[in-house]
Design a protein around this ligand. Sequence first.
Ligand code: HSE
Length: 427
Amino acid sequence: MKEFKVAFLGFGNVGTGTYKIIKENGSKIFQREGINITVKKILVRNVNKKRPVEVEPDLLTDNIKEIIEDPEIAVVAEFIGGEEPAREYILSALNNKKTVVTANKEVMARHWEELENAAIRNGCGLYYEASVAGGIPIIKVVRESLQGNNITEIMGIINGTTNYILTKMSEEERKFEDVLAEAQKLGYAEPDPTSDVEGYDAMYKLSILSTLAFHTRVRISDVYREGITNITPEDIAFGKELGYTLKLLAIAKKHGNKIEARVHPTFISADHPLATVRDAYNAIFIKGDAVGNLMLYGRGAGDLPTGSAVVSDIVNACLHQSKHMYSTLCNGDWKADEVLFDNNWETEFFIRMTVIDKPGVLAKIAGIFGKYGVSISSVIQKGRNSIHVPIIFVTHKAKEMSIKKAINEIKNEDVVIKIGNVIRVEH
Ligand code: HSE
């Protein structure tokens, strides 16, 4: 049986989960695959800290050199997260001829070219299944199972924290701040929730997924991003009346040579398969010209689900030492010469505003929408017990820029007290 020594960089939640899986299921996995994998070293900040799993003390080190310079270590699994020093350590591991497995979406989304080029130069592998949607094997599916397709669309719930928050806001009619505080207490949201609630986490993941799906480097600067912090229970309630469910969606579409990639709160019909994805679950919906519609569903975070993806990568890294698979962009061209990144996409819009309740207001606002070529499909106006009333417009398909221009003009009208939220609607 071929022996492989693996080292971990970092030993937080996912590192511990990966270690547990190797301890509990390792002997069976390795017997089936005909290899033997041993964890030789684990890089930690404090070797004396108490850990949730039992680890032999001599496995732990706080010196990266003990890993990078150990010729026996064939695979390095990175769990540090964030940009630096993760990028630097991954690069040194690759330059020392070690295959790298990473769960790090930020480092992949930002530094993919540099890391993959280093892997190719050194004849090693770079595996990143755990970087997108935790336990859902989406990278493998896009890379290895959908080659026969022109993928034209990806629409996913790829951030569990925001899905948990929006589920609670919707089902329990609660405010964002209340649910966020509860999610932080339960460990579903980080003490600093910015990356999740402002959509950065989903932006990194969409950059990785759409790059693979469209065989074109989609950089994070090509991804439009908007978080959920301004969403109110009123938006969700009005959406429900219209038959919609609110989700933070990561959307990427390809039309000819145009690509649009965006992360934002989105209304979808309550009967869309993604609308049934509740709590911290993730799901990714893909359209291919051959396969048609496909959806993968599962846990997008957590020690064991994400560890499941990492263990699979480690096993594959060991099995394919002589022939690693790289992205389809590795032939040197990471530029996207023939592709236009489109920020003027077309979709339907839900627009909530507060206006003065008097005759002619609706006609005035509808007139401005009309001036910019935006057609209205429905309007809801509530209440007559105050002079200020909420009014909701839902448009037919319209261009993003036309909506922006119309709203800019509408907000200056005397009868308009406030523009609330503008939420895109997808089908
Ligand atoms: N914080 C992420 C989420 C999981 O809420 O889905 C790690 O990417």
